[in-house]
Design a protein around this ligand. Structure first.
Ligand SMILES: C[S@@+](CC[C@H](N)C(=O)[O-])C[C@H]1O[C@@H](n2cnc3c(N)ncnc32)[C@H](O)[C@@H]1O
Length: 204
């Protein structure tokens, strides 16, 4: 990693804050900020977190759902286990054919929210990264459609680009309210955005 990048990263406000507050990643603050504004995770919710390693969003989601909620984190990489009884992790690829069954087998009831911070390895070729990210976002949407209960919520990372509009249209077919947002903790320089779908309409 270039030294300049590393220095900038270390100076980063949210990076430091995450270290101080024992979050596994600065990404936790993106989730806290988006939930504070749109309330898509509440106490007692069952949350499925896709692309969850190292676990910053899992920690944030666990804090939001409390002791009686439940959080399942899924990643191709192993996630260091959490001590809380109501947090589970699953090592799996979200593109696996049986991923929906694997998830349903590991949650106590259908999910109230599916959140996805899944990211491909960045190639540096903008079109390639955009296409890969949209592909993973579509996989996340497919999973959400199958594991969410009616009126559930969906929050997924995307990169800006020409395929984003089509993806947002797909989300609009399944959720009553759809927003494209960028939390403050998301670096201004990055093309990362999040698509939020509220109120899953399973009959659409
Ligand atoms: C930006 S990181 C997630 C950070 C996490 N939200 C946090 O707060 O700690 C993106 C993750 O997506 C995972 N990922 C990429 N492709 C995946 C796939 N096909 N299936 C499951 N996880 C995947 C990566 O392994 C990586 O851990």
């Amino acid at each position: 990693m270039p030294k300049s990048w590393l220095q900038e990263h270390k100076r980063d406000y949210y990076y430091k804050k995450a270290k101080e507050e024992n979050y596994r990643s600065r990404a936790a603050y993106k989730l806290f900020q988006a939930v504070k504004k749109y309330h898509f995770i509440r106490k007692n919710y069952v949350v499925v977190d896709l692309g969850a390693a190292p676990g910053g969003w899992i920690q944030a989601a666990r804090k939001l759902v409390g002791k009686k909620g439940f959080v399942l984190g899924v990643d191709v990489r192993d996630i260091e286990p959490f001590p809380e009884q109501n947090v589970k992790t699953l090592t799996a690829d979200i593109r696996d054919e049986d991923i929906v069954e694997q998830i349903l087998d590991n949650i106590p009831r259908k999910a109230d929210a599916v959140i996805s911070d899944v990211s491909p390895n960045i190639s540096g070729v903008w079109e390639v990264d955009h296409a890969r990210q949209i592909d993973l976002a579509q996989q996340s949407l497919r999973i959400a459609i199958n594991v969410l209960k009616p009126h559930g919520n969906f929050f997924v990372k995307v990169f800006q680009g020409d395929m984003l509009r089509d993806f947002v249209e797909k989300v609009k077919r399944c959720f009553i309210v759809v927003r494209v947002i960028k939390p403050k903790a998301s670096r201004a320089k990055s093309s990362e955005m999040f698509v939020l779908g509220l109120n899953f309409n399973h009959q659409r």
